[in-house]
Ligand binder design. Structure first.
Ligand code: SF4
Ligand code: SF4
Length: 105
């Protein structure tokens, strides 16, 4: 997978704190996206239509997360472990190849 994370993503896990007692006493980070999936709170997900995609990679450039990746065939994919559902990619796509759909959870 052609993401910023590469192989290191394999070790990523979701950090879940079950009560306030488990929170750290100091305001330290719970880890970067290298160790913590961060895309699970979104409401909408981007869905890409390859038939409309012209491989311009504008979506890849504008995505604020490392969530858009370039597939082996040159089209783009979305890494939903990190996609926040912000919709910027859909807004910037010049061919309207990306639509935001309500995510079923
Ligand atoms: S911005 Fe649209 S057309 Fe360009 S690579 Fe992304 S999905 Fe394809
Ligand atoms: S919805 Fe936002 S975070 Fe998700 S792929 Fe598009 S630009 Fe990136």
């Amino acid at each position: 997978m052609n993401t910023l994370f590469g192989e290191r993503k394999e070790g990523a896990t979701k950090i879940v704190l079950k009560s306030v007692d488990e929170y750290p006493e100091a305001p330290i980070t719970l880890g970067t996206t290298l160790v913590n999936f961060t895309g699970d709170w979104r409401t909408f997900i981007p869905v890409i239509d390859d038939d409309k995609c012209v491989k311009c990679y504008i979506c890849w450039k504008f995505c604020p997360e490392p969530a858009i990746f370039i597939r082996e065939d040159g089209y783009v994919g979305v890494d939903y472990d990190y996609c926040k559902g912000c919709g910027i990619c859909a807004n910037e796509c010049p061919t309207n190849a990306i639509t935001m759909e309500k995510e079923e959870k």
